[in-house]
Design a protein around this ligand. Structure first.
Ligand SMILES: [Zn+2]
Length: 217
């Protein structure tokens, strides 16, 4: 970013290049942010976890791609409070591809598109009408629309609830620690955490919950 030098492939090997270059640009010696190796490491760890938990299939490849997008959305939303529309479109396309090969899930997934996003949209409208504030960002709503198609309505609702819990807990801790009262809440990263957990463990968590509640679904 500093010198604009075009990097060769050997400068772009995930994690290793950063380590071997000592976190500095080969050409101008300026420091390369720790964010890059960190994101690369989390991404690699995520892929291993997904293949380990769900085996090697078209679904697991789709989950890996979605995981990478969740990671990118988290970083961008955290820094800019904005989720790029193109990334939500990517999530939607991944969901369509997965569904085309797992057609039995179609009803679950179609309901998923509106199960959370519809509720969020309603909150947005009511919040605007009553208090003139946005309850949710448009990007968050579009993301939950796409992920509903990817993971189905039950897992999507779980992801939303987890996202709210993570957001409430982690955000209050961050506000306490930084003593900054007008911290804007970027909801995307928390939703993404919830989405990853719901994508990987959703079915297990949901059947466990309805098991102890003695409800069959
Ligand atoms: Zn440089």
């Amino acid at each position: 970013m500093t010198c604009g030098h075009k990097l060769g492939w050997y400068d772009l090997v995930p994690l290793f290049s950063w380590v071997f270059l000592g976190g500095k640009c080969r050409y101008c010696k300026s420091k390369i942010s720790k964010q890059y190796p960190l994101v690369e490491a989390i991404n690699g760890f995520g892929y291993v976890l997904i293949f380990w938990l769900t085996g090697f299939s078209l679904s697991s490849i789709c989950y890996c791609l979605a995981f990478s997008i969740f990671l990118v959305i988290s970083v961008i939303d955290f820094r800019t409070q904005e989720i790029p529309f193109g990334l939500n479109v990517c999530l939607f396309i991944i969901a369509v591809i997965r569904l085309a090969f797992n057609f039995n899930d179609w009803l679950d997934c179609l309901i998923g598109m509106v199960a959370v996003s519809g509720f969020m949209y309603l909150c947005l409208i009511i919040g605007r009408a009553i208090k003139g504030i946005d309850a949710f960002g448009g990007g968050d709503i579009k993301m939950m629309f796409a992920t509903g198609l990817l993971i189905g309505w039950k897992a999507n609702i779980l992801a939303f609830l987890l996202g709210c819990i993570f957001g409430a807990v982690i955000h209050s801790i961050r506000m306490k620690v930084s003593k900054d009262t007008d911290h804007v809440l970027a909801f995307g990263p928390y939703l993404c955490m919830g989405l990853v957990i719901a994508m990987l463990f959703g079915n297990a968590i949901i059947s466990w919950y309805f098991g102890i509640m003695n409800i069959s679904i």
